[in-house]
Ligand binder design. Structure first.
Ligand SMILES: [Zn+2]
Length: 149
């Protein structure tokens, strides 16, 4: 399992989890690696300072991690990721394309607070983040997607 520091052409930094470097290259070539903030698929891999041991390298820019935090650390990153995605799916209501609308309503107290998931365009996601509404882009692993259909 590789955790790569990635960045889109708009300067959004994020982590991507891949089985291997080849898996990353393949997904990148297929346009499957997306910026979680803006959906950009022109992604570059950053060299990770700690792994290169450069000592006085600059601190990494703000990183929007796509990995949920409260998952036990004993599992492998892949298992943690799959589990986190399953949990999100189990605990959230699918509001589909009304996602941005529902998230905003909850934020402003016009709808009951609950876990929701759905689709939002990169513009909608950015607008929500601008308004201080916490949204987490969650690319569903292809393997899990198949079992859901
Ligand atoms: Zn971006």
């Amino acid at each position: 399992m590789k955790v790569l520091d990635l960045r889109c052409t708009h300067g959004h930094g994020f982590e991507g989890w891949f089985a291997s470097n080849e898996a990353f290259e393949t997904q990148l070539a297929g346009g499957l690696v997306e910026c979680p903030v803006c959906g950009d698929t022109a992604i570059v891999k950053l060299l990770s300072a700690p792994r290169l041991n450069l000592g006085n390298a600059k601190a990494p820019a703000e990183t929007a991690s796509t990995a949920p935090a409260q998952v036990p650390a004993r599992l492998s990153p892949e298992a943690r990721w799959m589990r986190a995605v399953r949990e999100v799916i189990a605990k959230t209501e699918d509001v589909g394309e009304r996602f941005a609308e529902e998230a905003r309503k909850m934020h402003y107290g016009e709808a009951e607070e609950r876990g929701i998931r759905g689709q939002a365009t990169p513009e909608q996601t950015e607008a929500l983040l601008d308004e201080g509404i916490a949204v987490m882009p969650l690319p569903i692993p292809a393997a899990l997607k198949e079992t859901l259909q």
